[in-house]
Design a protein around this ligand. Structure first.
Ligand SMILES: [Zn+2]
Length: 294
């Protein structure tokens, strides 16, 4: 936070390039941190596949970090796990360089329009044509992995866990599953009900992750450390409990503020932190989903 304050006070000084970290997750597979969201890079004879591209201000630093990986090459494919800026910040750079950008069709639709979040007024500008996903799908697809005969599998997380365009990417050879923000590795998730996410979708998304993963899979969220199959089960338990409580309060006619005051995440606060924002937005997401006139 300090760095932000300094940058704001001295706008003519270029921000220092972010430090991009990398950790090897498996053969030819790396987790890059520090770009604003987790990025996965799969290197291979055919070039590099990226899952998510960090924030736009970190795109150059990320590209340099990818180029420095062992066995690196041209980034030929970029996945966007959803439309948020932490995922789509390299789209313009890589789209211009000729990479294929794969996303679920709803993600492309969001990236074609300006978006304003009603809860805080935050604005997001639509992306230029070259930065938009160039290959979209509705349900699932596969991609040559560049290693032997194994194929990268990707698919739609249709439950609207985080947005209505969430996708997963599964690397079977390394048993690594990237899930974007359909699971959070750290703290309470952002409930972006404006573009389709909702608390019921968080529960459904975690169940779906369990069907794609197996007990030895490493699950890579867009934020925070990697997760195990057991971590996903524990999250499912927690969000399922909170979902039930909020549903009951909604059915009794309570408001989001009353929902927050009732502390429906009380026993998880010590581990997870203050849940008020998450609970309020989750409650609102129930309205958005369950109200007949929504
Ligand atoms: Zn997100």
């Amino acid at each position: 936070m300090k760095a932000t304050a300094v940058a704001a006070a001295a706008p003519y000084i270029f921000a220092q390039a972010p430090k991009i970290t990398n950790a090897q997750l498996g053969d030819n597979l790396y987790l890059l941190g520090g770009a604003g969201g987790n990025v996965i890079a799969r290197t291979g004879a055919d070039g590099v596949v990226l899952v998510d591209g960090g924030l736009v201000e970190n795109a150059d630093a990320l590209a340099l970090a990818v180029a420095a990986l062992p066995g690196s090459g041209r980034i030929h494919t970029l996945f966007n796990t959803h439309w948020h800026p932490e995922q789509t910040g390299s789209n313009e750079k890589l789209g211009t360089a000729g990479a294929t950008i794969i996303a679920q069709e709803n993600t492309r639709l969001w990236l074609q329009q300006n978006i304003t979040w009603p809860w805080n007024g935050q604005k997001f500008k639509k992306l230029s044509k070259i930065a938009q996903p160039s290959k979209t799908f509705y349900d699932k697809g596969t991609l040559d992995s560049g290693i032997g005969s194994s194929q990268i599998r990707y698919g739609y997380i249709s439950d609207a866990a985080h947005t209505d365009g969430d996708l997963y990417v599964y690397f079977p050879q390394q048993n690594i599953l990237a899930v974007g923000d359909a699971a959070f590795g750290q703290g309470w998730p952002v409930v972006d009900w404006w573009t389709g996410g909702w608390i019921g979708g968080i529960v459904g998304g975690l169940q779906r992750i369990q069907t794609v993963a197996n007990k030895d899979t490493t699950i890579v969220p867009a934020h925070g450390p990697v997760l195990s199959f057991a971590d996903i089960a524990a999250q499912l338990d927690m969000y399922g409990t909170i979902y039930d409580r909020l549903n009951q309060m909604l059915n009794k006619g309570h408001s989001p503020s009353e929902g927050v005051e009732a502390k429906p995440a009380k026993e998880y606060e010590a581990k997870m932190g203050n849940p008020d924002e998450f609970i309020r937005r989750s409650f609102e997401s129930l309205w958005a989903y369950l109200s007949p006139d929504a």
